[in-house]
Each structure stands twice: as C-alpha cells, then as structure tokens.
Design a protein around this ligand. Structure first.
Ligand code: 5GP
Length: 194
C-alpha cells in the first residue's frame, strides 16, 4: 500500500536492532484517516471472505482493528489482554508469548464469552516481526475452535521471517507494507512487493 510506505519513509524512525518506530502515526499518535484507508484496503483484499469477528491484541492493534471493522460490516472487535485483571472474569483461553519489543514473556488472554466455534476470524495487528504475537492469537483461536479466515498486518518486517513461516503453515497473510531491509546508520528502508 503506497500511502503507508510513503508515510513510513516520511515519519518512521529506524532504530538499531531491527526496530522501526512509527509512533508518529501508528502506535502512539494515531492517524485515523490512514487507519481508515488501511481498513478499506484489507476489506478489498479479503472481499468475499466470511468474517464475523476481528481479533487483535492490546494495545496498538485496537485502534487499527476498530477502524477496520467499519469496513467489515461493523463486526465486533475482540482484543486479547496481556495481563490478568480483576475485570477479567469468567472462563478464559490463555497462552503466553515472547514480546520482541519488550523482551519478555507475556500472557495472552481472551474471555471464552467472546470467541467460539461459530466465529470466522480475521486477525489484525500493527507489526509482524518474528510472529510470536500472531502465534499466540492463532493458539487462542485453536483453543476456541474458531476458524481463522486470514491475517491482516500493517507493517511486516519480512527480514525477520515471521510472515513467511505463517504462510508456510497455510495462513493467508495480507501485509500492507513489507519491509525487506532497513539500515539504521544510513537511514534507508527497502520495501518488498506487498
Ligand atoms: P512478533 O511477535 O511478530 O515478533 O512481534 C510483533 C509485536 O511486536 C507487534 O505486535 C509489535 O507490537 C511489536 N513489534 C515488533 N517489531 C516492532 C518494530 O519494529 N516496531 C514497533 N513499534 N513494534 C514492533
């Protein structure tokens, strides 16, 4: 998606260690108009695919998923929680994942009331790097007996291999921008066809 690639080139900051900072428009300050265009693009790519629920993970996935839901007939958005809380009552599906950015293990929790065998799920998230976050969400869907119809990602860091591992497992992964390489020193970023 050209618009997203251009925005990354303009406002993204390439950090050491393969980290791309996009907090000016994606995961701290949010450009809702861009989110809307991203939602429209996913709706176009997943046209004809039955989706009755969008699943994401807190925190950065939530805004993107809620705006995208407007393009999928206002289906409910469920976000997995990364911490236990007294507000999380009832039975839960739970697993744990290793976070690339926080460099530690996190729980991934979804209340059983909000996901089940009748659900046709589109998973959306901001980044796909090693694929750990996605693996956690896929495991939650498996535990729930929900059918995963596809995965939509804003920015795939293709050089970390998570996307290709998920495609090899048979999942349809639609990334709107695929970063092939980036160089913090030179400040350069290359995109792959997406
Ligand atoms: P994965 O589990 O695929 O390795 O990483 C996915 C999660 O880590 C995303 O949900 C995102 O929050 C975070 N993440 C991974 N790489 C980056 C990055 O380069 N920049 C930012 N801002 N977040 C990232």
């Amino acid at each position: 998606m050209k618009e997203l690639e251009e925005r990354i080139r303009r406002d993204g900051i390439i950090k050491d260690g393969g980290v791309l900072k996009v907090d000016a428009f994606l995961n701290h300050q949010c450009d809702v108009e861009l989110f809307d265009a991203m939602g429209a693009e996913w709706a176009q790519r997943f046209k004809g695919v039955p989706v009755n629920k969008i699943l994401t993970i807190e925190a950065s996935g939530i805004g993107i998923a809620c705006v995208a839901a407007r393009h999928f007939g206002n289906v409910p958005v469920v976000f997995a929680k990364k911490a236990q809380s007294i507000n999380l009552d009832g039975e839960q599906y739970a697993t744990s994942i290793y976070s690339f950015t926080k460099q530690r293990e996190f729980p991934v929790i979804v209340g059983k009331r909000f996901l089940g065998p009748n659900d046709h799920v589109l998973i959306l998230d901001d980044f796909l790097a090693n694929g750990k976050a996605l693996e956690g969400l896929l495991e939650i869907c498996e535990l729930a007996g929900a059918q995963v119809q596809g995965i939509g990602i804003a920015i795939e860091k293709a050089f970390q291999g998570g996307g290709d591992r998920l495609r090899a497992r048979g999942y349809r992964v639609e990334s709107l921008a695929r970063v092939g390489s980036m160089d913090a020193g030179a400040g350069t970023i290359e995109f792959l066809p997406a």
